[in-house]
Design a protein. Structure first.
Length: 94
C-alpha cells in the first residue's frame, strides 16, 4: 500500500510539471501558427497536426486521464518532441 501511495504522489508531481511544460509548448506552437498565418482548420498542414496533438495532451492533463507515471512520462516525451519540431520548423521557416 505504501508503494502505491508513493507512485500516486509521484504522478501528482509529474502531472504538475507537465502542466507547465504543456503551457510552454502550446504557447510556442500557437506563436508559430500565428507567425506563419497557418489556419488551424487546415488538416493537411503538419504544424496543425502537431498543434492538435498538443491540445490532446493538454485536455488529458486537465481531465486527469493520465493515471500513472508511465502515462505521464509518455506524454512528456511527446511534448518534448512537439517542442523540438516547432523549433526546427521555425528555424527552417517551413
Amino acid at each position: 500500500m505504501n508503494n502505491d501511495f508513493g507512485l500516486s504522489l509521484k504522478a501528482v508531481f509529474k502531472r504538475e510539471e507537465l502542466k507547465e511544460l504543456t503551457k510552454e509548448v502550446m504557447e510556442k506552437t500557437e506563436n508559430f501558427l500565428k507567425k506563419y498565418n497557418i489556419d488551424v482548420n487546415d488538416k493537411e498542414n503538419p504544424a496543425v497536426f502537431i498543434y492538435n496533438e498538443g491540445k490532446k495532451i493538454k485536455d488529458r492533463l486537465s481531465d486527469k486521464s493520465y493515471k500513472t507515471v508511465r502515462d505521464l512520462t509518455k506524454a512528456e516525451g511527446k511534448l518534448e518532441l512537439i517542442k523540438k519540431y516547432i523549433e526546427v520548423m521555425d528555424k527552417k521557416e517551413i
